[in-house]
Design a protein around this ligand. Structure first.
Ligand SMILES: Nc1nc2c(ncn2[C@@H]2O[C@H](COP(=O)(O)OP(=O)(O)OP(=O)(O)O)[C@@H](O)[C@H]2O)c(=O)[nH]1
Length: 315
């Protein structure tokens, strides 16, 4: 974020306007001013966007409007070192630029031109790519902060804030397509006792182990969240109650198949195997987000009330 893009124009190459400037000097001045205007326009277009896709699209449109490129292709995992620095290397009608705004390597940018630019054209293109790479660096940095803000620091699962957003998305999808959607709420049984007897480090360790189990047992399309404290939520798109129940039982089976020592981080302590209670609800047409959440919570409460260590669902 400390790399604030600067408009780098070779002002020293501008020749002071003088009455007796030769036609050649006048032409060079005009060319530099036109380059500056075009780069300024690029800055103005890129400014204010922190999305990688939007930036690439804006750069592509700018390059096409200025007849600099037919196509722009950005790839994250470009072959580092193939093109040193940001100096474009002409390969047919394609110029490859390594995006290195500072010490970071952000990938490669392929600029596909209709005709081979002359040397001045390549220098100008390099400046434009450098400008783009600064904005891209900021966008990627904002993106990674956004990612972090959506996750829980202890378990790495999505956090409560993400749940609100994803629940609204999934409900609107289920509503639109008439697709099944289930929600699972999971709470650790007697977690306070586990914390008190084994210590908070073991408690934290248990929460991480549970998160790993949820990730391992669920499908890629399922979304696991740390709801808060010792409570978790899993959203299961395209999943009815019966399948969600099977997933819940698989989670319980995986948990009970783990050796008890796995839950203790400090040796010579009494072994305390954590149990979990699970409540599941399925989306019903017309449900608001809070309805699904409230019903899953009611079933979790039932699981606790009926003696814990079980799964309860709506009928
Ligand atoms: N180690 C650890 N403990 C936490 C964390 N967040 C919340 N807790 C503890 O989790 C415990 C939750 O306890 P309760 O909500 O009373 O419930 P419980 O003891 O699990 O009992 P039941 O849910 O009724 O079975 C509290 O003691 C919290 O201090 C955390 O991030 N790490």
């Amino acid at each position: 974020m400390n790399n604030v893009p600067t408009l780098k124009i070779d002002t020293h190459r501008l020749i002071r306007p003088k009455r007796d400037a030769t036609p050649d000097e006048k032409a060079r001045n005009a060319q530099h001013i036109s380059s500056a205007e075009r780069l300024l326009n690029l800055h103005e277009r890129l400014l204010g966007s922190s999305e990688e896709k939007t930036l690439t699209e804006r750069f592509r449109l700018w390059a096409r409007e200025h007849d600099l490129a037919e196509e722009i292709v950005y790839s994250h995992g470009g072959t580092a070192g193939r093109t040193p620095g940001e100096s474009g290397r002409h390969r047919g009608q394609k110029l490859d630029f390594a995006l290195k705004p500072g010490s970071a390597h952000l990938g490669m940018l392929a600029v596909i031109c209709r005709e081979r630019p002359d040397d001045d054209g390549i220098v100008f293109l390099s400046r434009a790519v450098k400008c783009f790479s600064h904005y891209l660096e900021m966008a990627l940095s904002v993106q990674s902060y956004r990612e972090l803000a959506m996750h829980d620091g202890l378990t790495g699962l999505l956090n409560r804030k993400s749940l609100d957003a994803r629940l609204a998305e999934e409900i609107s999808r289920a509503r639109r397509h008439g697709a099944a959607l289930s929600m699972m709420l999971i709470d650790v049984d007697h977690f306070k006792k586990l914390n008190d007897e084994l210590g908070h480090l073991s408690g934290d360790h248990t929460l991480r182990l549970l998160a790993d189990i949820f990730t391992a047992v669920t499908r890629e399309s399922d979304l696991a969240f740390r709801f808060g404290g010792d409570e978790f939520a899993i959203l299961l798109p395209f999943t009815d109650l019966q399948s969600a129940r099977c997933t819940a039982e698989r989670i319980r089976a995986r948990l009970s198949s783990m050796p008890a020592e796995a839950f203790c981080v400090t040796g010579n302590l009494p072994v305390l195997r954590p149990g979990i209670s699970i409540g599941i609800a399925q989306y019903r047409q017309g449900d608001a987000e809070t309805d699904l959440l409230r019903r899953a919570d009611t079933h979790l409460y039932q699981a606790k009330a009926r003696g814990r260590g079980r799964v309860c669902t709506q009928l």
